[in-house]
Design a protein around this ligand. Structure first.
Ligand code: ZN
Length: 417
């Protein structure tokens, strides 16, 4: 079948020591120091062994990964997967099955009031792993924005109670800080989100976009271990000036451990910013999608497409894979995920690294030519293949701006003129 990796069964009768053997591929797992022509053996839902030329006769199923790139299942640090009860949410599993994302960090779709349903009806039944950053606003992202415009929704005592009862799934706090989310109340929501993150002892992820507030006001409230998402935005709070000089406060924080995360989305990835930052020698720490009802329609599309943009910007394949596996797992303080280290859960993705002529676009539709892209061919969770299933239709409110509509597959896209 085109676009998928073959799975075949070995002959019965032989004693087997592996449930599945992924054979013949190129393993890329820089976080675990695993790289090269290696086979990956799986037993009881965990990685049993990663080594060259493992014995195929010892496996019940063999996945032929010849010519493919074998990675840990991708970890997407900025997603919205609270389908049906929030403005932004997509359904995780069908997208996981075609993109290789096995762990989703949902960032702030849920606030305290909507948390119980997120946990029970979305996270628990999901095959792919979903963790969350709790929105500092109790109403979360039910609507497109304005979640902080009423400061009464920053109920820190309630949020602390919810976090303490759900520390298995809630890994941090989220605050979107821009002119529409705060709408007239200034930087106060971020001060309160800072207090909440300190009270529960978890990282704070802050989004930046169109100010006010200013980037300086945001920077003053960030700490090492926190995450600045939309780090390559081209909007007014951007972290590089028009002369190509990165913001000194952000760079100082970054050196001390502030995590710079892409969060592409529909409004937050600018080729001009990315090229200026890379020219200044600053690579993002994490490459995430900010996938949601709108971004999934393009020009973001999905995490592999976002990773492909960075491959074509000059990052190496191991650099890109590390930024979507072990690096985001570390940012989530879950170093057990995003790795093929023996003993880890057997979340595995296989990709084809296709060569061709592609046009990739940033959120303002600025085009760049590319010559390679990553296409997911197989996704496994706990050692089981995640079957591809149809995706739910987009929500009635999911229309994207006119000028972003009609974006086509990067292989079909053409430059104007
Ligand atoms: Zn987002």
């Amino acid at each position: 079948m085109k676009g998928t990796s073959d799975v075949s069964a070995t002959t019965a009768g032989e004693p087997t020591i592996y449930d599945t053997l992924i054979a013949g591929g190129e393993v890329v797992d820089p976080g675990a120091g695993l790289q090269g022509a290696l086979d990956v053996a799986i037993r009881d839902g965990r990685i049993a062994e990663v080594a060259p030329n493992l014995d195929r006769s010892q496996a019940r199923h063999v996945v032929d990964a010849t010519g493919g790139i074998v990675t840990s299942g991708l970890v997407d640090l900025h997603t919205h997967v609270y389908w049906g009860a929030t403005y932004w949410g997509i359904e995780a599993d069908p997208v996981a099955a075609r993109t290789g994302v096995t762990t989703w960090l949902d960032v702030g779709s849920s606030g305290s009031y909507s948390w119980p349903a997120f946990r029970r009806f979305l996270i628990e039944p999901s095959k792919s792993r979903i963790f969350a950053l709790l929105n500092a606003s109790s109403i979360g992202l039910i609507a497109p924005t304005w979640e902080f415009s009423n400061l009464d929704y920053l109920d820190l005592d309630l949020a602390e109670t919810i976090v303490n009862a759900n520390r298995d799934l809630i890994l941090g706090i989220k605050a979107r800080i821009d002119s529409s989310t705060t709408r007239g109340v200034g930087i106060r929501p971020l001060e309160l989100a800072r207090e909440l993150a300190d009270r529960v002892g978890l990282p704070l992820m802050t989004h930046i976009g169109i100010g006010p507030p200013t980037l300086a006001e945001v920077a003053s409230l960030l700490r090492p271990g926190d995450i600045l998402t939309h780090c390559f935005t081209g909007n007014s709070m951007k972290i590089v000036d028009d002369a190509g000089v990165p913001d000194s406060a952000i760079m100082e924080l970054h050196e001390r451990g502030l995590i710079l995360d892409i969060g592409h989305g529909t409004g937050s990835f600018s080729y001009d910013t990315a090229e200026a930052m890379l020219a200044a020698g600053v690579k993002p720490d994490v490459i995430s999608s900010d996938i949601h009802q709108m971004a999934i329609q393009g020009p973001m599309f999905d995490l592999p497409t976002t990773l492909s943009k960075f491959l074509n910007l000059g990052l190496t394949l191991p650099e890109v894979i590390e930024r979507a596996t072990s690096r985001p797992a570390a940012a989530m303080r879950r170093p057990d995920l995003g790795t093929l280290k023996p003993g880890s859960v057997a979340d595995v993705a296989i990709f084809a690294l296709e060569e061709g002529e592609y046009i990739f676009r940033d959120v303002r539709m600025n085009p760049r030519r590319g010559s390679v892209r990553l296409i997911n061919t197989l996704t496994m969770i706990d050692g089981e293949v995640l079957e591809r299933t149809p995706e739910l239709p987009l929500q009635p409110w999911s229309a994207i701006p006119e000028w972003q509509r009609g974006v086509v597959d990067p292989a079909e896209d053409r430059m104007e003129g």
